[in-house]
Each structure stands twice: as structure tokens, then as C-alpha cells.
Design a protein around this ligand. Structure first.
Ligand SMILES: [Zn+2]
Ligand SMILES: [Zn+2]
Length: 176
């Protein structure tokens, strides 16, 4: 593990959310938000409304900037997000999670909580000087974000689809 469990989960959630904006958009219905919710074990308030979905969708460009900017720019964005939400970090323990940080109340709207959670996770990334764990997909035609939590830092593609497409292309290039 590179970061703590809650940090890694928050980063993975943010990357999945940001990448859902890639064509074809995979976050267009409340049901698709349910999938994200379950996959990343979110808790707390859930409205299941179009407004909630729209707010989460609208957060994606901002999170994308946060995940793909350089370290100093990321600091400015983290501080801005935390200031906006008047974040108050508190250690909490609930469900199957051991002590971890919540910096915003669970009754706040989902998009605000995701924003703060991502900002808190990025604090760890920035402090550890591990921004290189985040990159844009090595596929020429893809703008997906890649989160590399592997020991040997070998992850270059955002998805197995991109990985396979490039493996096939490389194979064909060798056959010529
Ligand atoms: Zn929690
Ligand atoms: Zn990709």
C-alpha cells in the first residue's frame, strides 16, 4: 500500500469519476451513480435526484484539474476546495472502516463531500511528493486519468481496453 486505505479509496473514486466523463459518458443516470456509490463504499446523505447527479457531474472537470495538475497548482486547488467547504478534519470510525478522516459532515450534498474527500486524499499525495502516481493515459487517443499504486510504477493506461489496444498496436508494429 502506497497510501492509507481511505486515501487510496478516495483517489480511486476520484479517478473513476473523472474518467466517467470520457466519451461515451458513463455517468448519465442515478443508477450509474449507484454503481460508483457501491464500488467506493460511500456513506451518508444520498438524494437520488437529478440535481445531485448534475452536481456530481459538474464536479468532474475540477477534479480532473486537481488530479492532473503539477504539485504547486494542486496545492492551490486543495486549499481552495477545503476553504470553500469550511472543512473540519475529524477522525471517525464507522461500518467496517477503522479510524479515518471525515472533513465534512455526512449530511452535506454528495458532490461537496466527494470534493472534500478528494482534496483530503490529495493532501497525502502532495505531502509525500507522489504526484507522479497520477498521469494521463499513455494511449494517444485517450485523456483518461491513470492512478498508479503499483510497487514498480508500471501502470501506464487508464483501463484494460487502452492497455490491450496498445499491446495489439505494438505487436502489429513488430510484425511489419
Ligand atoms: Zn468514512
Ligand atoms: Zn486510456
Amino acid at each position: 500500500m502506497v497510501f492509507t486505505h481511505d486515501t487510496e479509496l478516495a483517489l480511486q473514486a476520484a479517478v473513476t469519476l473523472v474518467n466517467s466523463a470520457e466519451e461515451p459518458d458513463t455517468l448519465t443516470t442515478p443508477a450509474e451513480l449507484d454503481v460508483l456509490w457501491d464500488a467506493y463504499q460511500y456513506s451518508g446523505r444520498r438524494d437520488r435526484t437529478q440535481a445531485e447527479l448534475d452536481a456530481v457531474r459538474a464536479l468532474r472537470p475540477r477534479l480532473r484539474s486537481l488530479l492532473t495538475s503539477d504539485r504547486d497548482a494542486a496545492v492551490a486547488l486543495v486549499n481552495e476546495l477545503l476553504r470553500e467547504a469550511t472543512a473540519v478534519p475529524q477522525l471517525v470510525r464507522h461500518d467496517t472502516f477503522d479510524w479515518h478522516i471525515h472533513a465534512i459532515d455526512t449530511s452535506e450534498p454528495l458532490d461537496r463531500r466527494i470534493a472534500v474527500e478528494t482534496a483530503m486524499a490529495m493532501i497525502d499525495v502532495i505531502r509525500a511528493d507522489e504526484m507522479t502516481r497520477l498521469a494521463v493515459c499513455a494511449d494517444d487517443t485517450c485523456e483518461g486519468v491513470v492512478l498508479d499504486l503499483s510497487r514498480n510504477r508500471s501502470k501506464r493506461f487508464c483501463s484494460t481496453t487502452c492497455g490491450n489496444r496498445n499491446a495489439v498496436a505494438a505487436y502489429r508494429a513488430r510484425q511489419r
